[in-house]
Ligand binder design. Structure first.
Ligand code: BGC
Length: 400
């Protein structure tokens, strides 16, 4: 098998990502916890203890560092830091500061996400993102995170996948349960405006904490591909679901690119994946080339200067050899994007651990497997291979 020497630039971020609610467990003051224990949702099982990473984060970081990763993206949980409106928990801020210091001590550069889908239940109860004062409340929380991020954190993500927040808000407003068979629900415009305003306010707060922090946000890229003749339909479909959020990153220090699969669009809209196509455990088409398309599209919308960081990319599978194959294909795409001059500055896999996939533990994205009885962690062969690639830089070449 031929190999390529991957052309990662100096300082390239090489790591894996997680999100607090998906791994910590017992995030009882969050809106999601409440949803998980309500009826009439798509949620199949509650998160409960998740991976118990709230207590076992040192094990997670030890493993990631020993595997060869140099970067770890994790999130701070707003519902823990501000469990009651206006009341900030010094103990929780100290907990996340210990995580930042623990990462640095292990040789992992922390990338800190300040909001990854969950909000405090009190924030949800007062109307969520579109209620009066939401931007100010988020900005105040961001400012309160100063003790966590003011030293040793080079990258901060304000809001993860704002486009998915808008899409889910649209779905909730219409009272729909579940996603359409192809494509994404229509986003709620008011929520789009609100999260963009919240992001811009948060960027200011982060820069006020330390102007040296690189701040950005991370977008869910669905890799919309036009079937012949459907170019305009595709652009119109994509704009409110993706491009408007990429455009809102102008002036940031970097933008996060997150992709897993593609969505094909015909003249009548999104086309469901054909029955004979390989699917992953999330039922998405197995499509490792997604990340290359996502990087190129993002650069096209925002311009060539903006640093791009792949902040999530991966596959839910029970077959770890398919995970290796997926990452091999994906990283070949990243390598060729860099060779073509795209300003790609990092790659963080989703996910470090098997985790709570927003309603179910079944889709296993983890480089590291978790025993749900004992919480024991076991690095999969894909983790050993991917981690070591940071050092060897030897990537098997895939055709095409
Ligand atoms: C989210 C993650 C999620 C992953 C896989 C992204 O949309 O940021 O929280 O687990 O995709 O579904």
């Amino acid at each position: 098998m031929t190999h390529i020497q991957v052309p990662f630039p100096e300082g390239f971020l090489w790591g894996a990502s997680t999100a607090a609610h998906q791994i910590e467990g017992n995030n009882t003051n969050s809106d999601w916890w409440v949803k998980e224990h309500s009826t009439g949702t798509h949620i199949q099982e509650p998160s409960l203890d998740a991976c118990d990473s709230y207590h076992r984060w040192t094990e997670d970081m030890d493993l990631l560092a020993s595997l060869g990763f140099t970067d770890y993206r994790f999130s701070v949980e707003w519902a823990r830091v501000e469990p009651v409106e206006g009341r900030f928990s010094r103990a929780e801020l100290a907990h996340y500061r210990r995580m930042v210091e623990g990462a640095i001590a292990r040789g992992l550069r922390p990338m800190v996400t300040l909001h990854h889908f969950t909000v405090p239940q009190w924030f949800e109860a007062r109307g969520g993102w579109t209620a009066d004062g939401a931007t100010e409340l988020f900005a105040r929380y961001v400012a309160a995170c100063a003790p966590v991020i003011s030293e040793g954190v080079s990258h901060v993500c304000t809001i993860n996948e704002p486009n998915m927040i808008a899409v889910m808000a649209g779905q909730a407003k219409r009272g729909d349960i579940g996603f359409p068979p192809a494509g994404l629900p229509t986003p709620d415009d008011e929520t789009t405006e609100a999260v963009i305003a919240a992001h811009h306010a948060a960027v200011k707060e982060v820069r006020a904490i330390d102007a040296g922090i690189q701040v950005g946000w991370t977008i869910a890229n669905q890799v919309y591909q036009a079937r012949p003749g459907a170019e305009e339909v595709t652009a119109a479909y994509r704009h409110p679901r993706e491009d408007v959020f990429i455009e809102a990153a102008r002036g940031d220090d970097w933008i996060g690119v997150q992709s897993y699969t593609r969505t094909e669009i015909g003249p009548d809209g999104p086309i469901p994946t054909a029955g004979d196509v390989e699917r992953t455990l999330t039922q998405w088409e197995y499509y490792p080339a997604a990340v290359g398309h996502a990087l190129r599209h993002t650069a096209e919308v925002i311009g060539p200067e903006m640093p791009l960081i792949v902040t999530e990319n991966g596959i839910a599978t029970a077959d770890d050899t398919r995970r290796v194959a997926y990452y091999t294909g994906a990283l070949n795409e990243v390598a060729s994007a860099i060779e073509d001059g795209l300003n790609v500055q990092g790659y963080l896999a989703w996910s470090a651990l098997d985790n709570y996939e927003w309603g179910s533990f079944a889709p296993t994205f983890g480089l590291i497997a978790v025993d749900w009885e004992t919480f024991e962690r076991t690095a999969r062969p894909s983790a050993e291979w991917l981690g070591s690639l940071g050092r060897t830089r030897q990537l098997p070449r895939t055709a095409g």
